[in-house]
Design a protein around this ligand. Structure first.
Ligand SMILES: NC(=O)c1ccc[n+]([C@@H]2O[C@H](COP(=O)([O-])OP(=O)(O)OC[C@H]3O[C@@H](n4cnc5c(N)ncnc54)[C@H](O)[C@@H]3O)[C@@H](O)[C@H]2O)c1
Length: 366
């Protein structure tokens, strides 16, 4: 059998494809990746699979119904794992159109194609088929400091065009089950971090800037709390949902790692001091933390009218409940950030592809 993964050249999707094909229990099952390669998609994330007969990469758009129909007829996947999306909140505020097009219309196109394909399947393939939709805890809105964590029954209160488009896609997925019987599952996860994270997001941006000696931009006082989920943990949670998830169930995936942004930045700087000490520094090579304190730069809050408080609110998911359901266990934040920081240091020291260097703004190597 085969898996069709949309958005598999992006941050989480590429980690999922690589994990899937590396895991002993799933690695024999081929993957077809469908990705439009927007600014966020990177074919190089999957370069290690070049020549691997288990992986097929298709450059295309989820809104292209004839293409999706063709792929479903040709590969007859037993599941679709839907990551493809416009995913950056700030971009959604400046240009919401692409978010409606990909996140809402694209999900609709995919659901319709999946429904047509699924309805032709003979039993038991029909019963075993799954459409897994990857979504976000931002559909729930934000919490005050004393509010209990989100759980799966929390009402949807999206605050940005991004989260509204994801909430809309969640509703479509649910409705395609209740109306047509399509076997769907959905997961709402918190902030992921880890390998291949695009450096417009907090953790990779801080590492890249700290290594380059650039200012470290943080919103306001840096005290906004987020739940941080290591991407490898998220991938294993999705594998668990595919293997054991109940149809029509919604799974929150959290990391049990609620941290203020500033604490995350401090952790990165501490790790950089450990991994990349400056030989010229007099005090045991510790340069990043002093530089951090001198270079924290308030990031301008967006000029547009937007609920700026959302940036300051606690943003948690009911990770414990999820853990009971899927055996997902979180990675310690220090370990996850250590891995990410190590990866960026390797980029810097040249043990990584030239193209990644370009993407991250490093000068070409001699
Ligand atoms: N990154 C996070 O912290 C986070 C948190 C919660 C939920 N999510 C959700 O997880 C999913 C993956 O997120 P990510 O961070 O990997 O996103 P990403 O932006 O890194 O990757 C998205 C991928 O989708 C592809 N894509 C975009 N539009 C497409 C289209 N029309 N057709 C085909 N491919 C298209 C892009 O080329 C890219 O490869 C998204 O649905 C996102 O909403 C992400």
């Amino acid at each position: 059998m085969t898996l069709l993964v949309t958005g598999g050249a992006g941050f989480i999707g590429s980690n999922f494809v690589l994990d899937w094909l590396a895991a002993p229990d799933t690695g024999a099952e081929p993957v077809v990746t469908l990705d439009a390669l927007t600014y966020a998609g990177n074919r190089e994330n999957l370069a290690s699979l070049d020549g691997d007969a288990r992986h097929t990469f298709v450059h295309g758009d989820i809104c292209d119904r004839p293409l999706v129909d063709r792929l479903l007829a040709q590969h007859r996947p037993r599941a679709i794992v839907h990551f493809a999306a416009e995913s950056h909140v700030d971009r959604s505020i400046h240009g919401p159109g692409a978010f409606i097009s990909t996140n809402v219309e694209g999900t609709f196109t995919l659901l319709e194609a999946a429904r047509a394909h699924w309805s032709t399947l003979p039993e038991p393939e029909r019963a075993a088929f799954r459409f897994h939709h990857v979504s976000t805890d931002e559909v729930y809105g934000s919490l005050g400091p004393s509010d209990p964590a989100f759980n799966e029954t929390h009402p949807y209160q999206p605050n940005s065009p991004y989260s509204a488009s994801k909430a809309a896609s969640n509703h479509l997925v649910r409705a395609w089950h209740h109306t047509y019987g399509l076997p769907v599952t959905t997961s709402n996860c918190s902030n992921n971090y880890g390998a291949w994270h695009f450096p417009e997001k907090l953790i990779p941006l801080m590492i890249v800037n700290a290594l380059a000696g650039k200012p470290l931009p943080v919103y306001g006082d840096g005290q906004q709390v987020r739940d941080w989920l290591y991407v490898g943990g998220h991938c294993s949670a999705i594998r668990a949902v595919l293997a054991r998830g109940r149809v029509d169930e919604l799974y929150n995936v959290g990391g049990w790692n609620e941290k203020p942004n500033l604490e995350i930045v401090h952790t990165i700087c501490r790790l950089l001091d450990e991994m990349q000490p400056d030989p010229a520094a007099s005090d045991a090579g510790c340069v990043h933390i002093p530089r951090l304190l001198g270079s924290l730069k308030p990031k301008d809050l967006p000029e547009f009218k937007y609920d700026a408080d959302a940036f300051r609110s606690i943003h948690l998911t009911d990770a414990e409940r999820h853990g009971q359901r899927s055996d997902h266990r979180p990675v310690r934040p220090e370990d996850g950030v250590r891995q990410g920081t190590q990866g960026r240091c390797e980029v810097r020291s040249g043990r990584c592809r030239a193209h990644r260097r370009r993407q991250e703004g490093w000068p070409p190597r001699d």
